[in-house]
Write a protein that binds this ligand. Structure first.
Ligand SMILES: [Zn+2]
Length: 82
């Protein structure tokens, strides 16, 4: 299925579909890293655009009970800035 994207909302650049990895946050402290996500990426500024069908598929994938490819440990730290 070929998805079509409008020009970039921010800079007017051309948006082309690429496969990206998304850190998908859901629930209070749950994150699923989802690979191979078809995403519209602006050639000029890098802004990303997700189609509705892809967002729905990510929601489903995040909650999947299937065995994951791997499980990562993620450090959590507060920002220290002056
Ligand atoms: Zn752009």
């Amino acid at each position: 299925m070929k998805r079509r994207y409008h020009k970039c909302h921010f800079c007017g650049g051309a948006v082309a579909e690429r496969k990206v990895t998304v850190d998908y946050r859901w629930g209070k402290d749950l994150i699923t890293v989802i690979t191979e996500v078809p995403t519209g990426v602006c050639d000029a500024c890098g802004e990303q655009y997700f189609k509705a069908d892809v967002v729905k598929a990510m929601e489903k994938t995040a909650r999947s009970k299937q065995k994951p490819l791997t499980v990562l440990q993620v450090p959590v730290r507060p920002l220290k800035v002056a």
